[in-house]
Design a protein around this ligand. Sequence first.
Ligand code: RM4
Ligand code: MN
Length: 386
Amino acid sequence: MTTDIKATLRAQRIETPSWAYGNSGTRFKVFAQKGVPRDPYEKLADAAQVHAHTGAAPTVALHIPWDAVDDYADLARHAREHGVAIGAINSNVFQDDDYMLGSVTNPDPRVRRKALAHLLECVDIMDATGSDTLKLWFSDGLNYPGQDDLRARQDRLAEALSAVYERLGDGQRFLLEYKLFEPAFYATDVPDWGTAYAHCLRLGPKAQVVVDTGHHAPGTNIEFIVAFLLREGRLGGFDFNSRFYADDDLMVGAADPFQLFRIMHEVVRGGGLDPRTGVAFMLDQCHNIEPKIPGQIRSVMNVQEATAKALLVDAAALRAAQDAGDVLGANAVLMDAYNTDVRPLLAELREESGLDPDPMAAYARSGYSDKIAAERVGGTQAGWGA
Ligand code: RM4
Ligand code: MN
């Protein structure tokens, strides 16, 4: 039993986002931190630290144009030299003045063409870096009723998605991300999983939905969405983070570890830990006030802990209780797993893999934080600011 659980945990991969290593903040203030990367190369070096200490974060998502470089093959080589690889390519059609009224759903065909050209360029970058995943998030939407035609915007969206889909090569896919609101406050063009799912269904198997845990209304049953999408073969992966109020981008498992456990329980139940399902466990976080590399290490550990607890659920006992209509018994099976302290198990697993059992302490001792603070002087720190 434990051997199986350990093997599954050992195989789990969690992708960290390049933007987590740069400066970030709110619209009120971005607090600069010492040693923050000045370019994508330094971001990858920092991400490699997370992998070195956890053994579980071998890929790094890029965000274009934040991580634009002249030579993507060279960036991929640099990643490999540091023991990591390039993961999902995230498109960005939300930070250009042209996109004020939308990108691929903009009423102006010129703007739509420009946005589509960027998305296709992201597929070129996938070719150059060996990435197999394009992540699409659109900030497109409306602030006022009547501002634009809701139906026409769906048509424009479908047209762009179809063009991107056609451009995907063998072994490549795109993940469509939904978000309830923000920056648009009245209507968002991809507001929920149903909209994303419907667009993906029309296109084919290379189009899947990504669940950003922060992109729902308060109280949404996210594990239901996970169960449904996984059952339909359309769960492409997660953008993990925590929210208290809106899209807070706090560390995954910090605000609601029980929710994360319930999500991972559905992942386990649906076979989503099998790498062949392609479910990507990605972090989409910003570390505004905490140090960034330890913030990522802690987040990876939080996902591992929730996964370990989900794997500890006694599936046979749960099924028996469910079949018998034993409400309290079934709930107790789940809670027993959730209330188990899995930290010793994960520490043991790390030691068996030649890692320090305590990645946070190991990173703190490594001196890397002082080293980058001393070395990275001058230049412009990375960040997407506000
Ligand atoms: C968006 C969305 C995307 C992420 C950006 C930074 O809200 O979650 O996945 O790339 O933020
Ligand atoms: Mn996201």
